[in-house]
Design a protein around this ligand. Structure first.
Ligand code: BJW
Ligand code: ZN
Length: 240
């Protein structure tokens, strides 16, 4: 409780706040995290599917994984953690939400300044012509092919291992973190770079860093205030 009160004071006094979110914030909406329980799909680790090599070797397998995840996400609802961040944005002078998530639950919760570091699972992109389109998902749909009008293969518009992050998103995230007085790190194991590098960047730029996570993470030792618990319980208490 002492930690919670301290963190609340920092947040109330700050002009500029950044939240950096990961898969853990959507866990309470029923979306499995990558490295936690339920993170495996069949016998594959995410590192075996979320790569350009996996897609070249077996696009159907990779598409099956993404279609399965789209079904889960389409049926899910934003939870109290997503909603608390969206409500906080409406009254904060300068707030940016940087997310590694591709599920779109922050948008659905009403957040508007969302920087998506790893793309969007609701966008398809053609590997040949680079054309993009937003997917209108129909649960009943059985997808037999993912082909673009140009004949090229479509892929999910997300960032896989070994691929560069969208440059504009990365720059916005870096800029927001550099000017932030408080950075709230929620539901990420902080092992995937360059996103994880935003935590030490925040520290070296002088921000107070608050972590919301039921488990320790790669950076817990360097965090100013660790709040151990679920995002859906802690964020409403912290930001409400
Ligand atoms: C709760 C909770 C609750 C549970 N409440 N919390 C060193 C430096 C720089 C790079 C590298 C490096 N070593 C290796 C690399 C390369 C690589 C990398 O970082 N690998 C690591 C595994 C070591 N990085 C890359 O390849 C990146 N690109 C790159 O570096 O490009 C260089 C380049 C430059 C120029 C040209 C070309 C290339 C790209 C990384 C892309 C990551 N993509 C994925 C898939 C996205 C699409 C999809 O969704 O399918 O992104 S992988 C996956 O991991 C996904 C996530 O966004 C990301 C992070 O995971 P996250 O969110 O942290 O989830 P979990 O599961 O790890 O953690 C969940 C947490 O929640 C846990 O802590 C729980 O305790 C907690 N939790 N319930 C709150 N209720
Ligand atoms: Zn095309």
């Amino acid at each position: 409780n002492e930690g919670l009160n301290q963190a609340r004071v920092w947040l109330q006094q700050a002009q500029s706040v950044v939240a950096l979110t990961g898969a853990g914030i959507s866990a309470e909406s029923g979306i499995p995290t990558f490295r936690g329980p339920g993170g495996l799909w069949r016998d594959f680790k995410p590192e075996q599917l979320a790569t350009p090599e996996a897609f070249s070797a077996d696009p159907e397998l990779v598409w099956e994984w993404y279609e399965w995840r789209r079904c889960l996400i389409a049926a899910a609802q934003p939870n109290a953690g997503h909603l608390a961040l969206a409500a906080f944005e409406r009254r904060a002078p300068d707030f940016v939400l940087v997310t590694q998530n591709v599920d779109g639950l922050h948008d659905r919760a009403g957040s508007e300044r969302v920087v998506k570091l790893h793309g969007d699972i609701w966008i398809d992109r053609c590997v040949e012509c680079d054309g993009e389109e937003t997917v209108r998902f129909d649960n009943a749909r059985v997808v037999s092919s993912h082909l673009c009008g140009c004949g090229g293969l479509l892929r999910p518009g997300v960032v896989w291992f070994g691929e560069a992050l969208p440059l504009d998103a990365w720059h916005s995230a870096e800029q927001a973190v550099r000017r932030a007085e408080v950075v709230l790190v929620v539901g990420t194991s902080s092992v995937v770079y360059p996103a994880a590098g935003l935590v030490p960047l925040a520290k070296s730029a002088g921000a107070k860093v608050i972590e919301v996570n039921p488990e320790e993470t790669a950076f817990s030792g360097e965090i100013d205030c660790c709040l151990r618990g679920k995002a859906g319980e802690i964020l409403p208490a912290l930001l409400g």
